[in-house]
Design a protein around this ligand. Structure first.
Ligand SMILES: NC(=O)c1ccc[n+]([C@@H]2O[C@H](COP(=O)([O-])OP(=O)(O)OC[C@H]3O[C@@H](n4cnc5c(N)ncnc54)[C@H](OP(=O)(O)O)[C@@H]3O)[C@@H](O)[C@H]2O)c1
Length: 174
């Protein structure tokens, strides 16, 4: 499985100035749970924005810089092309058909994997963010079926309503 996991505003906004647009602990918890013990793939800018390797996950950083220094980070590896990731995924699913790789952003990385995605784990934040400069690509939802959607009401810690949904590509439904 190749899963794109993202949180976006009403206009597909995902970030500004290499940061997130919100602080939503419920979505963060979902992200942590959903990616736990998996391989996460991210762009170099998102990696720098997070500022650390995500614990309990294999971190793969996409960069064209062959000398990019990750020596200070545990469980972190470099990849230099989308094909490298697709080949690795192909190899892993031969060994374990349930193998799931999580594509965690940002914008350029989602764009590069959107055609290969078998699953989507999307948080729809019920607000818009005019300042945004990074966006999730447009998805043709007719190719996907909704597996599960949970509505979450805003509260003291999460200042926007949101909906967390899992989708599966139709050709991948048994
Ligand atoms: N809301 C969310 O769910 C979410 C999730 C993640 C990120 N974000 C936000 O997204 C924004 C960052 O997105 P972004 O698009 O600017 O940056 P990005 O996708 O995180 O990183 C872009 C970098 O990835 C590398 N790269 C991209 N395509 C590649 C390829 N085909 N082969 C090799 N390397 C490749 C390049 O690194 P080099 O320049 O080193 O070659 C490129 O500069 C931030 O605002 C972040 O907070 C939001």
């Amino acid at each position: 499985m190749i899963t794109l996991i993202s949180a976006m505003g009403q206009n597909n906004e995902i970030g500004v100035d290499n940061k997130l647009l919100w602080d939503l602990p419920t979505d963060m918890k979902h992200f942590r749970t959903r990616t736990q013990k998996k391989t996460v793939v991210m762009g170099r800018k998102t990696f720098e924005s997070i500022g650390m390797a995500l614990p309990n996950r294999k971190n793969i950083i996409l960069t064209r810089d062959k000398n990019y220094d990750i020596s200070n980070f545990k469980n972190t590896f470099l990849a230099h092309s989308v094909q490298e990731i697709l080949d690795m995924h192909e190899k892993e699913i031969q060994k374990n058909p349930e193998y799931e790789i999580m594509i965690i952003g940002g914008s350029t990385i989602y764009e590069s994997f959107v055609e290969s995605a078998t699953n989507l784990s999307l948080t729809f934040v019920d607000a818009n963010f005019l300042e945004a400069d990074s966006f999730f690509p447009k998805i043709n939802f007719t190719q996907f079926t909704e597996i599960l959607c949970t509505n979450i009401k805003k509260d003291k810690k999460n200042i926007f309503d949101m909906k967390i949904c899992e989708f599966k590509k139709i050709e991948n439904i048994a």
